[in-house]
Design a protein around this ligand. Structure first.
Ligand SMILES: [Zn+2]
Length: 364
């Protein structure tokens, strides 16, 4: 198989995305327009180009305060049903245009109630937007399916409420649950009641773990909370030693994660920006892919990281020489790990993903 893939080929290759934040992927133009519409005057600039650079620079500054400020602005303009629906529709359109055929997009309903919306109203507005975006994408010839993950904030105390919301809307656009926010000092075990409730309801959830914090966070997420997937999970590398001969030895936790095929939702650019990895070239994804962990490639925050699924693939192609087989493997991994029913995952793999890669391979 050819090893010189063009960015255009990687854009057309079908991709599956499991870890993307709705408030981390708003179009800069939309942030400006919504701010004007809703009288939000907190933006550092209303120049679209300037704002787009500001987001990237603030996210890349190495300062957590500045990084978090970026989300204050996107969340700040997403406080009405119309604004939420617009952002969700554009999210689906943008992902579809980037060649994403299946996406799970997450957001924290509790962050969108500042103007008096109820939690169910937030979920319904976002669902409406995703359905509209799916329609527009299908009309543009780039069909996509989008499912929502409802996120609870790990420093807050609403996880049980959000978990109940995820179950309430499980047959209406919501495919799972997540917790996010600063890891250090906020162990996932604080939210055990929510995770135990979800398990009793046969519901799916992922937990941000092993990004800013090490192995204990991953261990708790899996062995105490019962997470189906790990958000990032980059630090699992701390439980693997590689000898001078290149031979890898796995500790018990790393072995468990690999044996049980626990999906790792890795986002290379984001991981470098937050310091979870030193560079794309040295990103643990290289070793973990070689050792056949169930690795998936994700965007995390497209606006703040100035990225897309295609860009992540291009960078991995350049850093590790990954070819079409590798990218199909990452994509099938993600699809196998999705929270939609098994038969629907299989249909996407067999009818969309495999033929899509075969078509590009045939281009030679
Ligand atoms: Zn994330």
């Amino acid at each position: 198989m050819t090893n010189s893939l063009t960015p255009e080929q990687l854009r057309r290759a079908p991709k599956a995305l499991l870890h993307d934040h709705l408030d981390g992927g708003v179009r800069p133009q939309t942030v400006v327009e919504l701010a004007l519409e809703h009288g939000y005057d907190g933006l550092p600039t209303t120049d679209v180009e300037g704002l787009s650079h500001w987001f990237f620079d603030a996210a890349n500054s190495g300062s957590l305060e500045r990084y978090l400020e970026t989300f204050a602005h996107t969340v700040g303009v997403m406080q009405t049903p119309a604004a939420l629906a617009r952002v969700a529709a554009e999210c689906a359109e943008d992902l579809a245009a980037d060649g994403v055929v299946y996406a799970e997009v997450r957001y924290a309903p509790e962050l969108h109630v500042e103007s008096g919306l109820t939690l169910p109203a937030v979920v319904e507005a976002v669902n409406e937007g995703f359905r509209e975006g799916e329609k527009r994408a299908a009309a543009a010839g780039t069909p996509i399916r989008v499912g929502a993950l409802l996120t609870a904030m790990r420093h807050a105390a609403r996880s049980m409420e959000i978990a109940e919301l995820a179950v309430r809307y499980r047959d209406d656009g919501v495919v799972g649950f997540d917790i996010a926010g600063a890891e250090a000092g906020h162990p996932p075990t604080r939210h055990l009641d929510a995770f135990e409730y979800l398990q009793r309801e046969n519901a799916h959830f992922t937990i941000h773990a092993g990004e800013g914090f090490g192995l204990p966070s991953i261990w708790q997420a899996i062995q105490w909370c019962g997470a189906d997937r790990l958000g990032h999970g980059v630090r699992i590398i701390d439980d693997i030693t590689v000898g001078a001969d290149g031979e890898a030895t796995l500790g018990r936790l790393a072995a468990y994660v690999r044996d049980k095929r626990i999906p790792l939702e890795m986002a290379p650019t984001s991981n470098v920006m937050t310091g979870a990895a030193t560079s794309i070239e040295e990103h643990p994804i290289g070793l973990l892919r070689r050792l056949h962990f169930r690795v998936t490639v994700n965007t995390d925050n497209r606006l703040m990281s100035g990225t897309s699924m295609t860009r992540e693939f291009v960078q991995l192609h350049e850093a590790f020489g990954y070819d079409l087989d590798d990218f199909r493997w990452f994509t099938v991994n993600a699809m196998k790990s999705a929270f939609i029913p098994f038969d629907e995952r299989l249909a996407l793999i067999d009818d969309v993903i495999k033929p899509g890669y075969a078509a590009i391979a045939a281009e030679g």
